[in-house]
Design a protein around this ligand. Structure first.
Ligand SMILES: [Fe+2]
Length: 258
């Protein structure tokens, strides 16, 4: 894939998202959030490509994956007014529909088209299918890491705002109840596993889920960026003061330096 093909993808993205902004104030806020998220994931992806020593061609493919991974969010929000896949449709599958309908990968080497589509398709699974081999696996890992690194940013920034100023779709409709936290989520984090999305009942559970993503990062560059950005201590600072939570968070932090 060539640099000018990536430039053309960026131009396509800009004109594709534009009409989705023709909506009400709440909608504009939520759509803007996803446009900004995409740009930041592209920035993180460039850091990961650099840190992990990707070739120039690999870095261009990774950049295309970053740009396209969430294009399904725009039709998803327009149709269902939510970013919750369980209340609408799988946004990775929707992204593939957009990529094909809009023929955005036309002219790109078919094997590279496949790599891009597969990385987009699997970017949001709890765990990518076991049988997937490299090089597909490499791009799936990169986009999953880049995506998480920016979702941490979004969440940390949004939770710093007063609740009424937060974009409505960001906390998945969960209530922010200081002091409330689900025992099962603490247990999962303490065991070093990913907190399951279907087990979260409030914003503190969502914080635990996001902290547990440290166990899902796939490369050292991602762990280094997360340490430098310091998102985990910020997320943990709003959790209830409890020994088991403190212990679970310490373990998660220690895993970043291991
Ligand atoms: Fe994303």
């Amino acid at each position: 894939m060539k640099k000018n093909q990536l430039d053309a993808l960026h131009s396509w993205f800009d004109s594709y998202v534009e009409p989705f902004l023709a909506t009400d104030r709440e909608g504009v806020q939520n759509i803007r959030l996803k446009i900004e998220h995409t740009r930041k994931v592209c920035e993180v992806m460039a850091l990961l490509s650099d840190g992990e020593g990707l070739s120039e061609n690999e870095a261009i493919i990774a950049a295309a994956v970053a740009l396209l991974h969430d294009v399904g969010r725009f039709p998803q929000y327009r149709r269902w007014r939510t970013f919750l896949d369980s209340d609408s449709d799988n946004h990775a599958r929707l992204a593939i529909d957009v990529i094909r309908e809009e023929k955005v990968l036309a002219g790109i080497d078919p094997s590279e088209q496949l790599l891009i589509e597969e990385a987009v398709r699997f970017h949001n699974m709890l765990a990518p299918p076991a049988g997937i081999q490299s090089p597909t696996r490499k791009y799936i890992n990169l986009i999953r890491d880049a995506d998480k690194l920016d979702i941490w940013r979004v969440f940390v920034e949004m939770l710093a705002l007063p609740p009424e100023q937060r974009p409505s779709a960001i906390t998945l409709g969960l209530e922010d109840l200081p002091g409330t936290v689900s025992e099962s989520c603490i247990v999962m984090l303490n065991a070093g596993s990913i907190v399951r999305l279907d087990s979260i009942l409030c914003v503190n559970d969502f914080r635990l889920l996001q902290i547990s993503w440290v166990y899902d990062l796939t490369c050292d560059t991602s762990r280094r960026i997360l340490r430098e950005r310091g998102y985990i201590p910020v997320l943990a600072a709003s959790l209830p003061e409890r020994a088991d939570i403190r212990e679970a968070v310490s373990k998660a932090l220690a895993s970043l330096s291991a």
